[in-house]
Design a protein around this ligand. Structure first.
Ligand code: HEC
Ligand code: HEC
Ligand code: HEC
Ligand code: HEC
Length: 223
C-alpha cells in the first residue's frame, strides 16, 4: 500500500483558499502602488555634458620646426641671420630685477621656463656662436629639428622615460616588422620657452548609483 498523505479535510481546504485569496489581493494592491509610484518619484538624473572634443583630438597641439619644414610653412622666424650679424652674438639685456627683457622683434616669445624663471637665459639653449643651431650642455650642437637631446641634457630622468616610451606619446606598431613607430618630440607638447602644460579641468564623473545617499533612491534614466 502506498503511504499517501491524507486528503485535506473540508475545513483545511477552506483555510487554503482563504490564504491564497488574501495573497492575491495583497500582490494586486502592491502592483497598483508601483503603477501610481506611491513611494515617490525617483530623482531625475542631471544631464552630464559631453567631453569637449578638443580633448579627444589626436593631432599634437604644437608644431615644431621639423613640422613646419615638412608642411612648407613660413620659416622666417628661423632666419636668424636675416636680422642678426654673424660673429656678433645678440646681447642679452636685463631689467632692474635681473629679468630678461625680450625685445620687441621677439614679442611672440614669452619666457617662463621653470618656476622663478630658472631657465630663461636664451644661450642655455641657443648657440650664441651660431644662432642656427641649439647648444647642448656638453657643447654638442644640435639642429632645430632634433630638440629632445637638448631638453634631455638638463632633464635626464624625463628624457630616459621618453626614450623608453613612458613619457610623451608613441604611436605606430608594437611589432616593428609590421611597420614603423612615431614618437612625438618634446616641443610637440611643450613650448621650449614656457614648457609648463596648463592644467585642464577633469572630465565629469559617471552618474552615481544612488544620487541621494539618504533615501537610497535609484536614479531614473535621463530623458
Ligand atoms: C625679425 C628680425 C629677427 C629675427 C628673424 C631674429 N631676431 Fe633675434 N633679435 C632681433 C632684434 C632686433 C633683437 C634685439 C636687438 C639686439 O639686441 O641685437 C634680437 C635679440 C635677440 C636675442 C637677445 C634677446 C634678449 O633678451 O636680449 C637673442 C638671444 C636672439 N635675438 C636670438 C635669435 C635667434 C636664435 C633667432 C633665430 C632662431 C633670431 N633671434 C631671429 C631680431 C631678430
Ligand atoms: C639648461 C638646462 C635646461 C634645458 C636645456 C631645458 N630645461 Fe626645462 N627646466 C630647467 C630648469 C632649471 C627648470 C626648473 C625646475 C624648477 O623650477 O624646479 C625646468 C623646468 C621644466 C619644466 C617644468 C615646468 C616649469 O616651467 O616648471 C618642463 C616641462 C621643462 N622644463 C621642459 C623642457 C623642455 C621640453 C626642454 C627642451 C626644449 C627643456 N625643458 C630644456 C632646465 C632646462
Ligand atoms: C629651454 C631652451 C630655450 C631657451 C631658454 C630659449 N629658447 Fe628659443 N627656442 C628653443 C627651441 C627648442 C626652439 C625651436 C622651437 C620649436 O621647434 O618649436 C626655439 C625657437 C626660437 C626662435 C624661433 C621661433 C620663434 O618662436 O620665434 C627664436 C627667435 C628664439 N627661440 C629666440 C629665443 C630668445 C630670444 C630666447 C631668450 C629670451 C630664447 N629663445 C630662449 C629653445 C630655447
Ligand atoms: C605627448 C606630449 C608630451 C611629450 C612628447 C613630452 N611631454 Fe613632457 N609632459 C607632458 C605632460 C602632459 C606633462 C605633465 C604636465 C603636468 O603634470 O602639469 C609633462 C611633464 C614634463 C616635465 C615636468 C615633470 C615634473 O615632474 O614636473 C618635464 C621636465 C617634461 N615633461 C619634459 C619633457 C621632455 C624633456 C620631453 C622630450 C624628451 C617631453 N617632456 C615630451 C607631455 C609631454
Amino acid at each position: 500500500m502506498e503511504n499517501r498523505p491524507p486528503a485535506p479535510s473540508g475545513r483545511n481546504g477552506a483555510l487554503t483558499n482563504y490564504w491564497l485569496g488574501g495573497l492575491t489581493a495583497g500582490f494586486l494592491a502592491l502592483a497598483a502602488l508601483f503603477v501610481v509610484k506611491a513611494g515617490g518619484h525617483p530623482v531625475a538624473r542631471a544631464v552630464i555634458p559631453l567631453v569637449d572634443p578638443k580633448f579627444l583630438a589626436t593631432t599634437p597641439w604644437r608644431q615644431t620646426y621639423a613640422d613646419l619644414v615638412k608642411a612648407k610653412e613660413d620659416l622666417s622666424d628661423y632666419d636668424c641671420y636675416g636680422c642678426h650679424d654673424k660673429n656678433k652674438p645678440p646681447p642679452i639685456r636685463y631689467d632692474a630685477n635681473h629679468k630678461i627683457i625680450v625685445p620687441q622683434e621677439h614679442s611672440d616669445i614669452v619666457m617662463g621656463h621653470g618656476s622663478h624663471d630658472r631657465n630663461n637665459l636664451c644661450f642655455n639653449c641657443h648657440n650664441e656662436q651660431n644662432l642656427l643651431t641649439l647648444q647642448v650642455r656638453d657643447g654638442r650642437e644640435v639642429s632645430f629639428d632634433n630638440i629632445p637631446p637638448l631638453c634631455g641634457s638638463c632633464h635626464g630622468p624625463t628624457y630616459r622615460d621618453w626614450e623608453n616610451g613612458a613619457h610623451g606619446r608613441t604611436s605606430g606598431y608594437w611589432n616593428r616588422s609590421l611597420g614603423d613607430f612615431q614618437r612625438l618630440s618634446c616641443a610637440n607638447c611643450h613650448n621650449p620657452h614656457a614648457p609648463r602644460i596648463p592644467t585642464r579641468e577633469p572630465a565629469p564623473g559617471p552618474h552615481q548609483l544612488h544620487p541621494n545617499p539618504e533615501t537610497h533612491e535609484p536614479a531614473e534614466a535621463a530623458p
